[in-house]
Structures are given as C-alpha cells and as structure tokens.
Write a protein that binds this ligand. Structure first.
Ligand SMILES: [Zn+2]
Length: 442
C-alpha cells in the first residue's frame, strides 16, 4: 500500500514538472507543449497497444502519445518537425531503415529536436505476418543498424519497434521480446495512409481519441495530408484539454517511471468499441471467450420435441415491472397451415393475351412450320420470321450456323436508334380493328 501511494506521488510530481515545462515554449505562450515524459523498460513490457495487445502505455485520462511511421521523407518530415517544434511537442518516430539511410540529416535533426527514434524495419515489407523468423530478424536488425548508422550514435535509438502494417505473428513477437525490443502497436489511428483529406485525418484522430479518452496515436510523417492537418490537430488537442506525453526508453539518464501493473493493462469499455455489441472483455490470463450454442429456449420455446408448441398460459404474459401484461395468443414460426382446395375450381381458364396487357401480339405459327430463309444468305434467319419464331413451340433449325443479323449489317446502313435500357414501362396501345379481328375478338 505504501509503495502504491509512493508511486502515485511520484507520478503526480512528474505531471506537475511536465506541466510547468509545457508552459515554457519559446515564442509560443499558447503552445500545446509536452505535459510529461515517461521512461519505459522494454524488458518489463514487451507488447504495447490496445489495438492488438493486452497492455498499452500507462497513460492517464486525456493523455496522448503521438507517433509517426514510415519516414523520414522530405519535405513532409521537415514540415512535421517544424510544426512539432513550434508547439514544443515531443513525439516518437518509427523510421524505415532504408529511408534513414537516404536522409541521415533528417534522422539527426529528429534526434536533436528531442524526439524518440524507433525502428519500423529496414524495407517496410507487408509480409511480416507470414515471413520466416529469420527473414523478419534480418529486417528488424538491419533497420536498427541503418537508423543508428544514420544518426552516428548507437545509443540515440530506442529499442522500440513497430511491425510494418501491424502485420503481427507470434513467432516474430517472440523474437522481438527475446532480443529486448519493445513491440508497439497502436491505440487508435487516423487512417492518414489512405486517400483522405487533411481535415478528415484531423476529424478521425479527434473522434477516436475522444471515444477512447487516451492512448497511442498513429500518424505518418511521409503523408502530405498529415503535414497539412497537424497544426489543426495540435490546436484542437489543446482546446479539448488533451495532454501530450513523450515516451523514452529507460536509461541511466532517464530512470524508469514508477507505474503500477494495472496502469498498463488494457481495460476495454463499451466506449472503446464505439458501441459495437457484443462487447467481450479480455484480460491477462483469461481464456478466449466461447459462446454457447443457441437453444430453442432462447427464442421463447419452452417445450421442444420436434414440434413447435405454444408456450402456454405462463408463456403468454410479458413481465414488465410489477405488472403482468397479457399478450394476444401467438403462433410461433414455422406453423403448419392447412390449405383447402376448392373442388369447383380444379380447372383454371387458360390466360388470354389481354391479361398481360400486351401492346403487341405475336402471330402464332402453326406447329411444324418451316422457317423461311432469305435467298442467297445461307444460314441467316429472316429477321421478321425469327421474331415470329421466338414465341412458338416449333422445332429450332439446328443445322444453320450461328450467325447473327448484326454481323451481316451493312456498314453504310443508317445507325439504329439507341436501344431502351433499364426497366422500361410500355403503355398498351388501343387495339386496332385489324388486330382485334386477328386475335378473334371481332
Ligand atoms: Zn508503416
């Protein structure tokens, strides 16, 4: 208990010191600032970020840790460093080894500005979830080597690693842990790797931060929209009372921040899941949830023996408060319905063409009649006859090769009117005297 109180006192003092520092941003008295710095030990906590893991950083409510992936890349990384400097905000940069090798000056500047340097693999392959551990190890170690070489100081790079695309696999996580690296996932993202505007990046970041209350935000310093939206995002964080926390690796210069195990534990609430039901709480050591197979009783059926039965006198009342509300008798689905045939209507009248409101009545061809062909055009159906044959039961001409009328249409012929598309409604025309005579109504 004494250690708990001491830990909270230490935390409170750190917050107080941090807040004082945030107010001292040269040239910008209204800056967001960095409220406090926490030092974490990769050998104590291996996997971070509620998006994928059971632990996340020990943050208080309305505290945010800003992280940037995939850089450095001019001019966007430079712009982002300028904005962070103007607001005295410290962040963590998960750099790609190849990019660090290409832009060592940006690596040096990021470190000189006081940000945390971390590793995001050498080449950023999107296959970390299925590659061999040896291959992953190569990517991880090469990444660290490139960033350290670009900085020129092996101690200036933290042992923090983020898997490209967050494409995790247990064997790779085990490798990272065995080597003393801390694997960072995220708590929420702003989707800034997709093709969305700067305003949308800011809107999503704030919406998700408000929903979760605190956590690790993932951004990308190689994206123009992120660089454009960052000033607005930082201004909004300040206006909404959020505080930025800077994370460093524990070292002799930065002793480990005193924390309690429960501060690291991810506690999921309905608000974390954006109201999506069902919410399944998962804590350390808890087995994976298994849902029961639904029973017919779940659907209000009391007695089920192959037959659906009415719940009976007890079942047809809905308990509401302290009153019983009688319900009308219900029939459960599926219920058998007995259809009674009408003996006098066994023979139905044959439908007449007029029942279907045909605007045009095709001429019926006598069964067995041959289809006429145009002279000189072997195998090509006469278009008029072909349309007549469409609705008859006459046997088809199978010997004719399949050639459509379109293929023999002259190129000099006038263009056809456009075919009607979609669902066409055709109103029936008034039948002519000849038509009525044709169908035997006159
Ligand atoms: Zn990435």
């Amino acid at each position: 208990m004494r250690s708990t109180v001491a830990a909270y006192c230490l935390l409170a003092s750190l917050i107080a010191v941090g807040s004082a520092a945030a107010a001292d941003c040269p040239g910008n008295p209204g800056a967001l600032g960095t409220s406090r710095t926490i030092a974490v030990d990769p050998n104590e906590h291996h996997l971070l970020g509620s998006f994928q893991y059971r632990e996340s950083l020990p943050l208080n409510d309305r505290e945010v840790v800003i992280t940037f992936d995939d850089g450095p890349l001019p001019p966007y990384s430079n712009r982002i460093l300028d904005i962070l400097a103007s607001e005295c905000v410290k962040a963590t940069f998960f750099m790609v080894g190849r990019m660090a090798h290409s832009y060592p000056q940006l690596v040096k500047r990021t470190h000189a500005d006081g940000h945390t340097l971390a590793n995001h693999s050498q080449n950023h392959p999107f296959t970390f979830h299925k590659m061999s551990v040896d291959h992953a190890a190569q990517e991880i170690e090469d990444g660290f080597a490139s960033i350290r070489a670009a900085l020129g100081d092996p101690n200036g790079v933290s042992r923090f690693f983020r898997i490209p695309g967050l494409l995790r696999q247990e064997a790779v996580e085990d490798y990272l842990t065995s080597k003393g690296y801390m694997t960072w996932s995220v708590d929420f993202m702003a989707d800034d790797w997709t093709r969305i505007s700067a305003n949308e990046v800011v809107r999503r970041a704030l919406m998700r931060l408000e929903a979760r209350g605190k956590g690790i935000l993932l951004l990308h310093d190689i994206k123009p929209a992120t660089a454009l939206g960052l000033p607005t995002l930082l201004r909004e964080l300040k206006a909404r009372g959020f505080k930025v926390v800077h994370v460093v690796q524990a070292s002799p210069e930065h002793p480990k921040t005193a924390t309690l195990p429960e501060q690291w534990r991810v506690v999921r609430t309905a608000r974390d899941d954006n109201g999506i039901w069902p919410y399944v709480p998962i804590g350390p050591g808890m087995p994976e949830p298994v849902l029961e197979t639904p029973s017919v009783n779940n659907f209000g059926i009391i007695d089920f023996a192959g037959n659906y039965e009415h719940p009976g006198p007890r079942g047809d009342k809905l308990r509401a408060g302290d009153r019983d509300i009688p319900l009308p008798p219900i029939s459960l689905w599926p219920h058998s319905a007995r259809l009674v045939g009408i003996s006098s209507a066994e023979v139905m009248p044959a439908p007449d063409a007029s029942y279907f409101r045909y605007s045009r009545v095709w001429k019926q061809r006598a069964p067995g009649a041959r289809i006429a062909r145009k002279p000189g055009k072997k195998g090509v159906k006469d278009s008029a006859t072909a349309s007549t044959a469409t609705h008859t039961s006459a046997p088809k001409v199978t010997s004719a090769p399949k050639v459509t009328t379109r293929s023999v249409r002259s190129t000099n012929a006038p263009p056809r009117p456009p075919r009607p598309t979609g669902h066409q409604i055709q109103l029936p025309k008034q039948p002519t005297a000849g038509l009525l005579q044709q169908i035997g109504l006159r």
